[in-house]
Write a protein that binds this ligand. Structure first.
Ligand code: SAM
Length: 293
């Protein structure tokens, strides 16, 4: 494949800027621009799109997104050592790369994003990948500010995201992702593609927001799935007791067998449980933080 741009090879960038990988920052860099271009292509078409990238690091994926025609990339990076390397990319693509130095879990992208379509594309730091995904899946209002997500996860996490009822991987993340998106594993990436190589295979996943997911409170859905999968081998009439009351009425209203187990219940069943749970909570606890006196 032809070179994607006229910037220096990533190995040189890493050496010049002293970007030795830090485990604490989940740093496993992709140095093959053909591979980063493959990930960027999974997010096409990129024309008129603002790509939101978490953790650009030395910029391999950033460069691919810009080379393949993204109008703009807004990148959030916590490692200050990477900022000078990213400034070189910004010079090569004037006005098209905005780097926000900070923690992606805390940053508010509100001001950085314009009216154009936004798409999240990232080789995520694995230590916060699930937390970021949950944040994006539970965002309000819905449909969300992004039109799709193309994300790299550890294979095991990717399998949990796309899992269906009855499978070993089916759990809280599958329910949340299945409720609001259609998720698909696109391809695997071997450990040898990264520097340093992680212990496990990775997978690129695309999540497309459902325009009209079943109406449900995200917080209530998380509470019931936490209770149900917290004791996944137990029957729901037992595991749901951790919600703080006898779940018999809740199960009946949701049309679920009290003897069923969490891994057999489809997303719709959990949505019904969450609706019943939200209705049972005292109003003061719905979305209001109560301070202990
Ligand atoms: N995108 C680059 C690539 O594909 O080679 C780097 C990916 S590396 C797996 C994860 C990146 O996320 C690193 O650059 C790391 O510094 C950054 N990072 C880690 N924690 C972060 C956080 N809380 N907020 C923003 N970036 C973070």
């Amino acid at each position: 494949m032809a070179r994607i741009d006229d910037l220096p090879p990533l190995r040189d960038v890493i050496r010049r800027h002293g970007l030795s990988a830090r485990k604490s920052l989940g740093q496993n860099f992709l140095l093959d621009l053909n591979l980063t271009a493959r990930i960027a292509r999974a997010a096409e078409p990129l024309e008129n799109v603002t790509a939101v990238e978490i953790g650009p690091g030395p910029g391999g994926l950033t460069r691919a997104l810009l080379a393949l025609g993204a109008r703009r990339v807004v990148a959030v990076e916590r490692d200050e050592r990477a900022l000078a390397a990213l400034a070189e990319i910004a010079d090569r693509y004037p006005g098209q790369l905005d780097v926000i130095a900070g923690d992606a879990l805390a940053v508010d992208l509100g001001d950085a994003l314009g009216p154009e379509r936004a798409r999240i594309v990232a080789n995520l730091p694995y230590n916060i990948a699930t937390a970021l995904l949950v944040k994006w899946l539970t965002v309000e209002p819905w449909p969300p500010w992004y039109d799709s997500m193309v994300l790299m996860f550890q294979r095991e996490v990717a399998e949990r995201i796309v899992a269906k009822p009855g499978s070993k991987s089916y759990g809280r993340l599958s329910v949340l992702a299945g409720w609001r998106t259609e998720a698909k594993i696109l391809f695997d990436v071997a450990p040898s593609a990264f520097v340093p190589p992680p212990k496990v295979t990775s997978s690129v996943v695309r999540l497309s927001p459902r325009p009209e997911p079943l109406a449900c409170d995200a917080d209530a859905l998380q509470r019931v799935t936490e209770a149900a999968f917290g004791q996944r081998r137990k029957m729901l009439r037992q595991s749901l007791k951790s919600l703080g009351f006898d779940p018999a009425a809740l199960l009946e209203a949701a049309g679920l067998e009290p003897t069923a187990r969490a891994e057999e219940i489809a997303v719709e069943g959990f949505v019904n449980l969450a609706r019943g749970f939200a209705a049972q909570r005292p109003p003061t606890l719905q979305g209001v933080r109560v301070r202990p006196s």
